[in-house]
Design a protein around this ligand. Sequence first.
Ligand code: B12
Length: 228
Amino acid sequence: MPDSLKSAVTDFQTKFLAFDIDAIPKATRDLLSAGCGLSDFLTACIPCMEEIGNKFEAGEYYLPQLVVAGEMFKIASRQVKAVAATDSGCKYIGKIVLATPKGDIHDLGKDIFAVLAEASGFSVQNVGVDIEPKILVQEIEKTGATILGLSCLLTTTYASVRETVRLLEEKGLRNSTRIVIGGGATEKSLVEKLGVDAQTRDAYEGIGIIKSWAAQTGSDIETKEAVA
Ligand code: B12
């Protein structure tokens, strides 16, 4: 990474960790002028979000700081995506429905994964938080997505994941839908226990997984402009 970009990243992270929301648009513009792409941007954001999450857990930060962190991420990622989206005309490599399951409202990690998946060439239907299994299945039917990503921060989401798998089977969609779960409440043993296809707590590893699935199905679905 060139020195000018390193220094812009450090400046961005300092502003982010100081919750200086007013300074974020300029710090993001500086990142972009220094040649920052989406991947560098996310690599800069993830440790900040994790640090804020850990400090919240330790009782050092409170809800308002989390809300501001989420907002800062949205503001900055919108700016970075607007520039990164200029490679229009190329094909999506796959379609993914992404959500936090019923009963769980955590979304910071899910939204990071969403941006990363988009940046990696996926069409992402980010359905939101606290989403019921039947809505997930409807979204898969509606969009024709072949990948379902579920972000699980609470162990209480397991029942909802199981029910989603059951409903997909009932609708005859399970064979055409690969499911990856991520987030702090997940571990490898859940793949078998919940009947999903993959698990990771690392957004980058998650991208590797869904890219390998997309390569297997060879689905370049539609042009970027169509869903942008
Ligand atoms: C922030 C936070 C909150 C915020 C959420 C704000 C928001 N907009 O998301 C608020 C304050 C609202 C909250 C509420 C609650 N929380 Co909370 N929360 C956290 C905290 C501190 C950080 C989570 C976080 O955002 N981390 C940062 C992100 C970037 O990391 P991440 O989510 O893991 O995501 C990364 C990867 O996992 C991956 N990833 C994430 N999703 C996906 C999806 C896919 C498909 C893939 C491939 C990858 C992927 O990519 C990301 C980047 O690498 C955690 C503790 C912790 N340190 O993790 C507790 C924690 C998750 N919360 C917990 C609890 C219990 C609650 C509450 C029930 C508390 C209460 N009693 O009310 C409520 C839940 C309400 C509900 N119904 O959901 C527990 C869960 C325990 C459990 N295992 O069930 C935790 C672990 C705290 C603890 N130690 O007890 N919480």
